[in-house]
Design a protein around this ligand. Structure first.
Ligand SMILES: [Zn+2]
Length: 305
């Protein structure tokens, strides 16, 4: 490909994606107290491999004598994406441009997952984003980019591409490992569309959130019985101010950035659509209905009582 061609590909994909110390021996008993954003533990050997701390010419830094109780993880969220481009281009764009993610999962049936950004560093994957009143989630999240072509515009709806089984197994095992190490809350495992409603559709309704929950204990899912109980309580008049306001407050409670206007406004419809991509992927229209509402209520009952 000539230079101009390469530049065009680069610019196009950029648009798509942006629119989307020293080894030290510790006694084993201290491992459980190690905070993971400063020390990386090799899961297989259970040995700390690296401490990120100052190395001075004239003074020794004691890194293991007085570990403070008052500390916690910087990483609170796990964000899922799709790249909307193929394997080679995804790797190129995410490693060479000003957009990145910690991990890239290709759609190849191999045993490889690419680490593009060290977990202790900030990757540039979330962009303008908000969840539970925290904005710019790049600071506090791990990002996983998954190679998937995204969607084609269909007659009534966007037609999203499925994720192959072998790719979901990679994502599942990786996500489980991350969620366990950082103790990421189920409701803080989110799609890019959840934290940037309307601006981002990924990872889309084909992404198997329920399977990740069922098989890998990753992310949140509602109890079917709760959904069925709530569904009978959907009001006959769903267009009045107080009901809409209550729905907006339920979305806010779960984590979404939504106005409290008491109207089915554009921003609220975008949140409904993102929510349906994630939790009611069989039908996604961006309008409220009894099942969508019942799922939202069931999720808050389970995770935000
Ligand atoms: Zn994305």
């Amino acid at each position: 490909m000539n230079v101009k061609g390469l530049m065009m590909v680069g610019l196009t994909s950029l648009f798509v994606l942006t629119s989307c110390g020293t080894a030290k021996k510790y006694p084993p008993k201290t491992i459980t107290k190690i905070i993971r954003d400063t020390i990386i533990v090799n899961k297989h050997t259970e040995q700390p491999e690296m401490t990120r701390a100052a190395k001075l010419d004239n003074y020794k830094i004691n890194v293991d004598k007085y570990p403070a109780v008052g500390q916690d993880e910087r990483i609170r969220y796990l964000v899922m994406h799709y790249t909307a481009i193929d394997n080679d281009l995804s790797l190129k764009v995410l490693s060479e441009r000003d957009v990145s993610a910690h991990y890239l999962v290709t759609d190849l049936p191999d045993n490889q997952i690419h680490l593009l950004v060290d977990e202790t560093k900030r990757a540039w994957h979330a962009g303008v984003s908000k969840w539970k009143n925290i904005d710019n989630l790049n600071f506090t999240s791990i990002g996983i980019e998954i190679v998937n072509k995204g969607f084609a515009d269909g007659k009534t709806n966007k037609a999203f591409m499925p994720f192959p089984d072998h790719q979901i197994k990679k994502v599942g095992e990786l996500a489980k490992d991350i969620v366990e190490r950082y103790k990421i809350l189920p409701v803080n495992v989110v799609g890019h569309s959840d934290i940037a409603p309307g601006r981002k559709p990924d990872p889309g309704p084909q992404f198997p959130w329920k399977r990740l929950y069922d098989e890998y204990k990753v992310g949140a899912w509602y109890e079917e019985a709760d959904k069925l109980a709530f569904i009978t309580q959907y009001p006959l008049d769903a267009d009045n101010y107080s009901f809409i306001l209550s729905v907006q407050n339920e979305f806010k409670k779960y984590g979404y950035d939504v106005p409290t206007s008491g109207k089915w406004d554009d921003a609220t419809r975008k949140v409904i659509l993102s929510f349906q991509y994630h939790f009611r992927p069989q039908r996604y229209e961006g309008t409220m209905d009894p099942e969508t509402w019942a799922i939202l209520k069931a999720l808050n009952k389970k995770y935000n009582p």
